[in-house]
Design a protein around this ligand. Structure first.
Ligand code: HEM
Length: 364
């Protein structure tokens, strides 16, 4: 076992400290373990005075934070973030209550090249498990939801690597189908993640107890969304498979809002591929030029692409069922998901995924 628990060939896993998940989970630069273990009890009592004191106690001197490695800076943001979300859940804007946290959030944001608050990656992939797990409620269902998102992270990073390859290849190249098969293999875990969530997290508990901890907070006059599963980089997989040239305004707007919450290398991935030709378009064009039976690599590419799109469709069909239950009228406290979009967006994205799958299936 290497010190890196995420090593994907061809990726900068050894040089990008954001992929050193074991190190980030182990880090406790604020000495916050004991204070954060008490947060679920403070939240259960809606004890905003105790939460404010806890946040104030953890805020480091900016000079000290400026010397931290990216690993420590990510861990510190994770730990401050638990208190930011907790205070907001009880109606307190955390930066207004503890103004000295503002320069530290801005500094940690700059140091890690991320937004000046915690994201879903801090809350899941970079969160320790076991007794050191950072949790708003300490409830088993919260841990299961964190686990579902956490297990998707390495698979999505590996899928992005394969998608980068797909974008560089033409469908006649046997490597095109191979890279699609690798993508399919990695994405399969998303279905397990949703099945785990459906089995372990009730929509009622999510809607009424957990969702309020994911509210946006104000940092220097700008609202930043809380840790939302919608920020996992599935939209970057879409980008190369179909979204870059076959999208929809609602999905485009959602991606524009999600982009700042991505890791720097994922934002670069987006810049590199957003004006490109998608796998669906490349394949459709290649098939339309063939008058007789298409050559074997092209048929293989089409079959592989259909397979990936079916996995995405299955994930999204299961996920939308869950989201509909949690956001139904009689249960929901919010009109939108924690990622800032309504359940209607999920319908749009599912329809687009299905349309692209149908198009490729019919083209062969
Ligand atoms: C109780 C559990 C969950 C509920 C109620 C839920 C609900 C939602 C909602 C309402 C959205 C719309 C955008 C927004 O967040 O504002 C969304 C988006 C999304 N969620 Fe979830 N979600 C849940 C769990 C998960 C899990 C476990 C994952 C992945 C492991 C996930 C992945 C996504 C993704 C990738 C999107 C972006 C839209 C898409 O690609 O289809 N969600 N979710």
């Amino acid at each position: 076992m290497t010190p890196y628990d995420l090593v994907v060939p061809g990726l900068d896993a050894r040089t990008d400290p954001r992929y050193r998940m074991a190190d980030i989970r182990a880090a406790d630069p604020l000495g916050a373990d004991a204070v954060l273990a008490a947060v679920p009890a403070m939240n259960a009592d809606a004890d905003t005075a105790a939460l404010t004191v806890a946040l104030r106690a953890l805020v480091p001197e900016p000079e000290r934070a400026a010397g931290w490695s990216v690993v420590d800076a990510l861990a510190a943001m994770r730990d401050l973030g638990l208190l930011l979300g907790s205070l907001k859940r009880h109606g307190v804007q955390p930066v207004a209550a503890v103004p000295e946290v503002l320069p530290v959030l801005e500094l940690l944001g700059r140091r890690t090249d991320m937004v000046p608050r915690d994201t879903v990656h801090h809350y899941t992939a970079w969160n320790p498990s076991g007794p050191r797990r950072r949790s708003y409620t300490g409830h088993r269902m919260e841990a299961e939801l964190q686990e579902a998102v956490r297990m998707s992270f390495p698979a999505l990073v590996a899928a992005l690597d394969a998608c980068g390859r797909i974008a560089r290849l033409e469908p006649y190249d046997p490597g095109f189908a191979l890279a699609l098969d690798r993508t399919a293999h990695h994405l399969q875990i998303l279905i397990d993640a949703i099945d785990l969530t459906v089995a372990e997290v009730t929509p009622e508990w999510f809607a009424r107890t957990l969702r309020p901890y994911f509210e946006e907070i104000d940092v220097a006059g700008r609202d930043y969304l809380g840790p939302a599963a919608a920020q996992v980089p599935l939209w970057l997989v879409d980008l190369t498979l179909w979204q870059c040239d076959r999208s929809d305004p609602a999905y485009d707007a959602f991606l524009a809002e999600s982009l700042p919450y991505a890791l720097p290398s994922w934002r670069e991935f987006h810049t590199r591929h957003r004006g490109g030709v998608s796998a669906v378009s490349k394949l459709s064009a290649a098939l339309s030029w063939e008058s007789g039976t298409p050559p074997a690599p092209l048929t293989a590419a089409a079959e592989s692409l259909v397979r990936v799109l079916r996995i995405l469709k299955s994930f999204r069909a299961r996920h939308i069922n869950l989201a509909r239950k949690a956001y139904r009228d009689e249960l929901r406290l919010y009109d939108e998901g924690s990622g800032g979009a309504p359940v209607a967006l999920l319908r749009t994205v599912l329809d687009l995924t299905r349309d692209n799958e149908t198009l490729v299936r019919r083209a062969v």
